[in-house]
Ligand binder design. Sequence first.
Ligand code: G6P
Length: 611
Amino acid sequence: MCSVVGYLGSKDASLFLLEGLSRLEYRGYDSAGIACMSDNELKIVKERGYLSALEHCVYRQGCMGNVGIGHTRWATHGKATQNNAHPHTDCNNKVAVVHNGIIENSSQLIGQLKNDDHTFSSQTDTEVIAHLIATLQNKHNDLNDLVVDLVAQLDGAYAFLALLKDYSETMIAVRNQSPLCIGIGDDEIFVASDVLAFAHYTKNVIFLPDQTFALLVKNTVKVFSFDGQAIMIEPQEVMVDHQIAQKDSYQHFMLKELYEQPQAIINTIKSLPAQFEEQNKKQISYDLTQIEQIHFIACGTSRHTCLIVQHFFSFIANIKTTVHLSSEFVHEQLFDTPNTWYIFVSQSGETADTLHALRHVKKETTACTMAIVNVAFSTLAREVDLVLCTKAGPEVAVASTKTFTASIALLYWLANKCAHKKELINNNEFDNVANQLTHASNVLQQSLDNYRDTITFSLASKLIDAPYYIFLGRQQGHTLAKEAALKAQELAYMPALAVAAGELKHGPLALIEDGLPVIIFSSQNAEVYKKIISNVQEVKARGAYVLAIIFTGQDELATLADKSFVIASVTPLLEPIAMVSVMQYLVYCIAQQRGCAIDKPRNLAKSVTVE
Ligand code: G6P
């Protein structure tokens, strides 16, 4: 998704802008650009494609100045062209703007401005901000008044930076929902969508509160609310691991991250007792024994985490649970029922729909909110009552792997913690939780080691030309089927259906034809296993090519399937951790052999910061 960066200081701004943008590349983009104030003129360079293309242009065309703004764009309004790349300007090149978010009333504003003889040169919603600023300059002599008037006219979620030729030493930074933070360095100020852009230069950070703006002049940051009132905000010290993740000897980040799963799980469970104590010190009154209901809310793979862990809380801790898709949840009517918790799961902690869902809960209820995130200083982590972090380290590949399993492990521990507090399990049982998780993570590793060669050298090639895949499962296996279908779509661009095996006869069975790959996730539960056998017989009878991920001793299923992957037994609720790596690696290989861009699939972004 789009990222913005800004610099004010005594150095060449373009150097930081390019570097800062490269540190935010993980968010995904299709074009990039920068603007610098140079001898009271706005110099703009932008280009389609990777940052390296922009770097060449900056090198060739030059773009020097001590004040500058930069952007990577992920197309929403208008194609990924050089013209649509940011920064955008007004008719007279007196204002330059970079923006992350969506201006929802842009068509209406553009219509009005066109009537006033403004000419637009892009198809973006962003350009309207530059034209509006230029118009408002005729009305206001004071920048504060100008921005108050400006934000009153804009609808939507946005974070933008603006440079004005008439205020050549000033930068305007505005935040409404989309994240924006300001780093205070020695004699220089950095601005970015994410602290990672400048964390190697300064640890002193102002996270711009929602619906505020800042006027930045050399060494001075003045923050105002949207109605123009000054707000005092002290920078906070932020300890962020700013090392840039390296692929090491792996061909892709995804492969590396897939192999890092056992360590991510172990690091997470080791950190939990201390993290939990830390949360206990918060001035928030909460009592794990009183929770009657939990709503889990997330998007994408994080939602699959929720679908898996909801069973932990109901079976182990006797708590009623519901799972919601963030983007749908925001439209729901909420009831402020007592002893209800809302748990938001997000790798990035910046997913716009999930943040919107959190704000919906905070507005409509008094319930306790909790975040499970991998990025400790993310917006979600800052806005909830309680936060627990997975310790998976930076996840670079767009498709989540290690944060999926680490968040399942974290929430397994938390469900057991609730059960322990409620005296539903004894000390020994609670002490055994870490062992169960460690064992499941060892099985994840073994399965990967056992089947890596078969998948790489013989299996993946058999599957790459299939028209589509069907993934089948029951209970936890059904959720894994959903995660597998998502992975097949995002990584291998393959249509894939996730079917609850019991639903086969209600429709999907009509799709089965000779040779169609059907991948089934088994279960250690005897009842479920029996039914899965029948389901496999049904698809086999119609010619499907069946791959089965099964547990030790499930010989009947092994015989029925064309190919089976045998997984060692684990604690039944932790089957998803044990089974997932074979599926992840299988889809990884299919994507690789189909020549797909594994770490950065087309059209997708790691951090989805627009709704
Ligand atoms: C994007 C990513 C997915 C991720 C989802 C939710 O779609 O490609 O891998 O699961 O966002 O992201 P979050 O950061 O909230 O977990």
